[in-house]
Design a protein around this ligand. Sequence first.
Ligand code: ADP
Ligand code: MG
Ligand code: MG
Length: 911
Amino acid sequence: MAKTKYVYAFGAGVAEGDGTMKDLLGGKGAGLAEMTKIGLPVPAGFTITTEVCDLYYKSGKKWPAGLDAEVDRQLKTLEKIAGKKLGDSKDPLLVSVRSGAAVSMPGMMETILNLGLNDASVEGLAAKTGNRRFALDAYRRFIMMYGSTAMGIEREEFDHAFGELKDNVTRIRTKAAANVKINDTDVDADELAQLIETFKAIYRKHIKAEFPQDPRVQLKGAIDAVFGSWMADKAVTYRKVEKIANIKGTAVNIVQMVFGNMGDTSGTGVCFTRDPNSGDNIFYGDYLINAQGEDVVAGIRTPIKLSDFEKKDKKAYKQLLDVRKKLEDHYKDMQDLEFTVEEGKLYMLQCRTGKRSPGAAFKIAVDLVKEKLITKEQAIMRIKATDIEGIFYPMIDKSQTKILKDSFLVQGIDAVPGAAVGQVAFDAKTAEAWAADGKKVILVRKETSPEDVGGMHAAQGILTATGGKTSHAAVVARGWGKSCIVGCEKLDIDYVKRQFSVGSTIVKEGAFLTLDGSAGNVYLGELTLVKPELPAAYLTLMGWADKIRTLKVRTNADTPYDAENAVRLGAEGIGLCRTEHMFFDSEERILAIREMIIADDVETRKKALAKLLPFQTKDFEGIFKAMDGKPVTIRLIDPPLHEFVPHDEAGQRALAAAVGVSYEHVAQRVEQLHEANPMLGHRGCRLTITYPEILDMQVTAIISAACNMAKKGVKVAPEIMIPLVIDAKELKILEVRTRSVADAIIAKSGVKLPYMVGTMIEVPRAALLADKIAGVAEFFSFGTNDLTQMTLGMSRDDAGKFLPEYVDEKKAGIFKADPFQSLDQEGVGMLVKMGIEKGRSTRPHLKVGICGEHGGEAKSVKFCHKVGMDYVSCSPYRVPIARLAAAQAVIEEAKCCCSCKKPAAKTGKRK
Ligand code: ADP
Ligand code: MG
Ligand code: MG
C-alpha cells in the first residue's frame, strides 16, 4: 500500500498541492498553494492535511506514525528556502501555525504567530533586523498566543497585564492625558521587555513550567492546538448553526513569518476585490500600519481605508492592485484577501471566495458575465436560494421622515445592509432565550466573538461598539444577510447594569431598537419597515434563468392580490387555488357555509350554497382577471367540514340564532362532525361524493366566472382539480358531474371555453393506480404535503416532536432533511416518479405539476425537473427560488452529460 502523504509543501514558485484540493488541504492551504503556483508573492511553508486531523481524533489525539518524520523533512526544506533555521540564535526562522478547514469558519479556530522565538532567538532577530522593539513585540505576541491557544490560559489575563503596563508605565513616560488612549504601538522596547517577563510569569503560574524554549516543542504544541481548536465548543456550535457536515477536520498550515510590525513602511490588511455589500467593482478593505495579523480583525486600533493606504504607500498599494487583478482573472470571482507588507514589500497570506450580501451576489455574477470572465450559466449556478430570500429583506420606510429624525440615536459603520427591529439583549445567551420565546432581538455587544454565533443567529440584527467592516460581527452577519452595524464608538455599554448609553440617553436591556444596516443608523423604538426595490442585476440574472429553464413555475394563490403579487415575482399561472379560504373572507360567507354544513337535507343545503355562489363567482372573476390567460388550477373543497363550524357554546348559540334553528340542533351537528382522525376522514373528494351539490355550486361559480370574463375579452384557462382521489371510478363519478354542470353553462353562455378536469395525486393509492386514474384525469398535481404524510405515516402536525431526531446527523440521521420541507426523493419521490410514468403510459400528454411546500424548495424543484414535470407551484415569495432552481437543474443536467459522457437522462416530459 502506498504511503499516505500527510504534508504538502509550497514555496519559491512551486507547490505540491493546488486550489482544487480544498477538502484535503483546507481552503487556506489550497489557496496558498494556488497563489504560489500562479506566481504571487506567498511566503513558503507546508500544509498538514485534514486527513491527519481526522486520524488524530480517531487515535485518541495522537499523531499518526510517520507524521513526525514528514514534518521534520518539510521543515528542513522550508529552512533551506528561507535560508534561516528555526530557533537560530543569530538569524532565526519564524513561522505561523494556522488552522484552515475545507469550509471557511471565520475566527473559529486558532492561529499562532511568531513561533520559533525564545530568549536567545529574540535577540538574534533584534540584532539582525536592527529593530529591537519589533523583535520584542513579536515575542510578547507569541507568548500570549501560545499560552492561550496551545495551553489554555485565559487570554484576558494577558490582555489585562498589557493594559496595566500601558496605563501605569507607558502613560507616565509619554505624559499622556488620562482620557487619551494608549495604543500598543506607543509601548517602547524596554516596556515590551518588561511585559515579556510578566507574560512568562503568567505562563509559569498556570502551567507550572517555564515557557518552552525549544522550537520543536513549540511547534508540536502549536500543531496540537490547531487540531484541538477543531473540536472547541465554539467551532462545533458554528458547524451546527451553519449546517457544515461531512468535512474531515482542519488542516494545519506552517508558514514562514513575514512582518507587518516592523515600522511605518509595514502593515497588515484584509480586503475584498469588490465591495461585498453592493457588489460594485470597487476595491474594498482595511489596512493597519505597523501591525500584525489579528490586530486588524480584533479592532485594536481603527484601520485605514484602502484609498488612504494608496496615499500613504503608493508602491505597496500598486503591488496589491496587481494581485487583485491577477486573482480575479484567475478565480473568476470576488476574492477575500489577507496580506502583509514588510518594509514596502507585499506578501499574500490568504485568499478565498469572498462572502457577500445577497444583492452583491447578483451584481457580481452579472458583472462578471459582462466582463466576459464567466458564462451566464456559471452566473446562474453561483446564486443560492438564500441570496434570493435576502433580496427581499426589509428596509426602513423612509417616508416616516419625522419619526426618523426624532428617534435617531447614533451612527456606526454600515457593515451589512437591511433593516431590523428588536429588543436589546447584551449577551448571546439572552438573545437565544428571548428568540426562542418568539421575541425579536437586537444583539448589542462591545464586539462579538465566535462564542456569540448562536445568539447572533437568533437575533434580527447585530450592533457593536468596536470593529470595522471586516470584523467578526460583520463577516458572520454578512454571510446570513443579517442587518449589522459595527464600530459604533459612541456606544458606552455597561454589561453589569445591563444598559448602554449614548451621551445622556440610556437604553436598558429589553428596550426596542431599529437598525438600518444600509446606512449604519440606529434608532430608538420600533420603526416601520418596507420591502425594498429589486436590484437591476437580479432582474437581469433571473431573465437569463427564465430563458434556460424548461420547467414552468406557478404559484399557490387564493386571492387576486396574491395572484398579482406572484405574477410580479414571475409566476406563470396558479397551480393551487384553495377555494375554502374564500369562505372565511366575511361574516356573511362564514354564516352561509355554516348554514350549509348544519343543514339536515339537500334542499336546505342547496339554499345555503346558493348564498355562497355569488361570492365564489366574484372571487374567481377577480383571479381570472389577474392571471389574464395564464392557467388557473382551482381545487374543489378539501378540508373536513368540522373546520368551518364553531366549537364553543357561545359560537354555536350565535350560529343557531342567525340561522334560525335550535342550539341543540347545531351542537348535535357539530358533535356528529367530530372525527378521531380528521386528516384521514371525511374530506377532499369524499365530501363531494356524499354532497355533490357542493361540487355543483363550486363548478358553477368557476365556469360562470370564466364565461363572464371571456365575454369581457379576458382570456381564461380554468383547470378544475379534484382532491384526495384514490380511485379511477371515484374520479369518474365526479368528472362526469363536473362536465355536465360546466358544459351546460358554457352552452348557455355561448362562449367557447376550453377547460380541464384533473386530480391531485396525494394518497399513495392514487400514485399506485395512476395509469387508471389518468384514463379520467387530464392533469395530475402532486400534493406532496399529504403524500409525504401518508407515505411516511407521519402526521405533519405532530411530527415536530420526533422528526428532529430523524434529521439530526448526530442522532438517528435517517433523513438528510425534514421530509416536509425537502422532498424525500428516495421514498415519496419514488411514488411521484412512478405516478408520472404510469399516468403518461395511458395518457401521453398528461400535464403534471406539484403543489406542496416542496414546489418552492430548490432541491425538490430540481427533482421535479428530473422526473419530467411540466410545472411546480409554490407560495409567491418562493416563485423566484423555483425559477432559479429550475434553470440550475437544466445546467446541471447538461454538465453531467459532458463530463461523464453519458447521454442526457431521458425524462418523460410531455411534448
Ligand atoms: P484566520 O483563519 O483566523 O484568518 P489566519 O491563519 O489567516 O487566521 O491568521 C490570521 C492573520 O495572521 C493573517 O491574516 C495574517 O495577517 C497573520 N498571519 C498568519 N500567518 C502569517 C505569516 N506567516 N506571516 C505574517 N502574518 C501572518
Ligand atoms: Mg485568515
Ligand atoms: Mg391535500
